[in-house]
Ligand binder design. Structure first.
Ligand SMILES: NC(=O)c1ccc[n+]([C@@H]2O[C@H](COP(=O)([O-])OP(=O)(O)OC[C@H]3O[C@@H](n4cnc5c(N)ncnc54)[C@H](OP(=O)(O)O)[C@@H]3O)[C@@H](O)[C@H]2O)c1
Length: 281
């Protein structure tokens, strides 16, 4: 774990420096979204996660400008939806993200989900071109399996800096984490507090009580202590500080092992089962 000039811990991956804590924004829209983004940045968050499908890029950009934090101090991530992977459409979609965000480039552009209907090499060619044209500083993927990560790492002309996927203590993602690490690809955990379920877990709550932390904080700490980037979402300004206060305590090896024991192979919350293909959400 390294620290950048603002003392926000970062993870280094294939040339990118990704703040270990980001703000998830799925389902946040309009004024609430802009306000949460603004407050998060004022509190020290330096990484924002949005996507064209979230229908909130304009509000995210608005919150960024309202915060007064310098553009270059914030790591902005957006994602292209798989229905825009067709040749010709990809670049147009990426340019439209920038128009909505009112930015000249994003720090990281992701393929939101794999699209089995379009050859991966073609899509990687399109995202690589978008990077070389200066629309994105770095590129990466999301919801890629071990096999897809292997294929993508080989086929991409530009380095892939992250795979963003569901990751929390209740789901065993050890193989996917290892596959990413082998290739220097950062792991970005989405749904890192299991969509709020961490709050109700007895093990996390008991360990939290020892450290004077909440179950959600222990859950996030468990991930960042493994150099896994977390992007918890909240619509409540008061929870922003709670979710950020995860760098002032450490879990013991025994506590880490106990939390690892919560993992289940079928502990997924986000539903991929849709006629054998991922259900895109
Ligand atoms: N790449 C992908 O396909 C993909 C898929 C899913 C998510 N994501 C990204 O990952 C982000 C995070 O994932 P997520 O939104 O699915 O789930 P999450 O961050 O694990 O959980 C969000 C939920 O937890 C609640 N919450 C937040 N902080 C809390 C706390 N300290 N204690 C108790 N409850 C708390 C929130 O409710 P309140 O609003 O009431 O606080 C919200 O209902 C998304 O917002 C999105 O940016 C990406």
């Amino acid at each position: 774990m390294n620290t950048n000039k603002d003392s926000v811990p970062v993870v280094e991956a294939n040339g990118a420096r990704i703040p270990l804590l980001g703000l998830g924004t799925w389902q946040l829209r309009g004024r609430i979204c802009a306000r949460v983004v603004e407050q998060a940045l004022r509190l020290g968050y330096r990484h924002l996660d949005t996507a064209e499908i979230y229908d909130n890029e304009a509000a995210v950009g608005e919150g960024l400008r309202a915060s007064g934090v310098k553009r270059n101090d914030v790591f902005v991530v957006t994602k292209i939806w798989p229905s825009h992977f067709a040749p010709g459409e990809f670049e147009r979609a990426a340019r439209e993200c920038l128009v909505r965000l009112r930015l000249s480039e994003v720090d990281l552009l992701l393929l939101h989900w794999p699209n089995p209907q379009i050859p991966l090499a073609e899509t990687l060619g399109a995202i690589g071109k978008v990077k070389r044209e200066g629309l994105a500083r770095h590129i990466g993927v999301s919801n890629f399996t071990v096999a897809q990560i292997e294929e993508a790492a080989k086929a991409s002309g530009e380095p892939l800096v992250c795979n963003q996927f569901e990751c929390h203590p209740f789901l065993d993602q050890s193989k996917l984490i290892a596959a990413c690490r082998q290739r220097g690809i950062a792991v970005v955990a989405y749904s890192p507090i299991a969509r709020g379920n961490a709050r109700n877990d007895e093990v996390l709550a008991r360990i939290g009580a020892k450290h004077k932390k909440t179950a959600a904080q222990v859950c996030l700490r468990f991930l960042v202590q493994q150099n896994i980037v977390v992007i918890p979402r909240t619509s409540k300004v008061e929870r922003l500080a709670e979710n950020a206060a995860i760098f002032d305590f450490a879990l013991s090896a025994q506590e880490m092992a106990e939390i690892s024991g919560l993992a289940q192979r079928d502990g997924r919350i986000v539903d991929w089962a849709f006629s054998g293909q991922p259900k895109w959400d």
